[in-house]
Write a protein that binds this ligand. Sequence first.
Ligand code: B12
Ligand code: SF4
Length: 474
Amino acid sequence: MNKILFLNPPLSTQERYGALAAAGAMEPPHGLTYLASVMRESGWDTHILDAEALRLNESEAVERTISLSPEIVACTAVTLSIQRAAAVAAAVKKLRPDIITIAGGVHLTSQPNETMLRFPSFDYGVIGEGERTLAELAAALSDNQETRGIPGVVSRDGARVHQAPRRPFIKELDTLPMPAWDLLPHLPRYYYLPPQSIQATPSTSLITSRGCTGRCIFCDTSVFRNVCRAHSAEYVVEMIRTLRHRFGIREILFEDDNFMIFGRRLQQLTELMTREGITLSWSCLARADMMPDPSVLQDMRRAGCWQILIGIESGCQEILDFEKKGITLEQIEDAVRRVRSAGMRTKGFLMLGHPMETEETIKRTLRFVTRIPLDDISVTFFTVFPGAPIAEEASRYGRVISDFSKMSVFQPTFIPEGFTAEKLDLYARYYLKKFYLRPRIVLSYLGRMRSWRQLRAMLKGACALLGHLFRRHA
Ligand code: B12
Ligand code: SF4
């Protein structure tokens, strides 16, 4: 039987979250779980090596890959991990030139030509949604057939790169088999959500739709673009059942770009979960302009939802407008108040170091987020991903540090006019300090403890946060 190994390249929590590593998450590589499931269904002997979750270094990842002796190594990568993926692929090919390496994921999709030229260790690339393309490519490779005509495939033509047209998206996501969580390292042991996103353990995340209608200029939507598709409510319930009964999962974060956009599905889902008595604690992401009616929010709460996470980015309307966020500060405030009135908590995602950022916009943002009844925030740095719409013109607004290995969003790689990296770092801590060290927030955290395991996770996160806040600046 043909053997394929999916690789999530080594990436430490330190590399991903910097000083906040202990407050970070370890979530399954969702893309790989779908791809693996499709390949297994096509009859391939399928394996996943999640070097990130197993905390392997580069040479350990290579060693394990070689010892498994697959015909194909299929690597996923974001911009932050592309160099690692390429390094592992290069080492594997040096030892076993017969192994075929294929890269896919958001970085390859946004930069197909550049990636293939810069990283010769990848034999093929797959652009965009990967399931159908990979199945066809792997079948062609195993039958020694021509691969160049396969939609979505990037291949080499001597020193040049050949790129086939993109493949249309899969219409019905329910035609995909359930993600192969069983091929990952043991889910409840190796994966977890960030401490502030859990009320119960073990926890994990889930993606139940693809695509986003938003056109935010900092967001890399090269894989699924603006076409929105979703699994049906029944399929999602089946996913939840599997996670609950097979892996004992008790907390889920739905990390769809916008879980609320499929209004009818949301209603069906909450009905099904309540009817079937699924006891699960969950939360989800939403755009502020798509917050549903209070009655739907109530239904969500009854079905176990306790937190809604909202992209706020900035407390200055002119920044939101410039970035084509498509929402107003009033909508954000209204959304937060509505969620709170329905008895759930809110978390806001903020970015710092926008192209138009000044000390004054930072202060206005802080005033905004401490005035509205938010319960949590996450602060990351505005990052210019090569596949984001802002990439072309970002250098007009500041200095872009184009080092992929720093593009974690947890360290400044875009320095707007008038700032330095140190100053941005200081302001990020200032945001967190001013937001979290308020009696309302501290007390609400204490009131959230449900178990010793949760308390332990929370304390670990709190220590990381406090250590970060009170670190003396270099
Ligand atoms: C959920 C999520 C997470 C989760 C889980 C990540 C994971 N490993 O799956 C967590 C919170 C852990 C996370 C972490 C990070 N994330 Co994230 N994440 C997402 C999010 C919202 C969804 C990704 C997803 O699971 N989609 C569903 C699956 C089915 O799609 P997929 O992964 O793209 O895979 C499909 C195709 O890309 C392709 N494919 C993917 N890999 C491969 C490999 C091969 C061989 C083939 C053939 C095909 C293929 O086929 C798959 C199936 O169709 C995306 C935004 C988005 N909507 O895509 C951001 C996104 C991918 N994340 C992003 C970032 C920056 C990060 C972090 C660096 C942040 C950090 N410091 O922690 C890390 C990187 C960790 C890592 N190793 O990937 C950026 C990446 C931008 C970029 N150009 O680098 C994105 C695009 C957000 C954004 N719009 O800016 N993330
Ligand atoms: S930031 Fe959020 S709303 Fe904007 S395009 Fe990206 S996923 Fe969509």
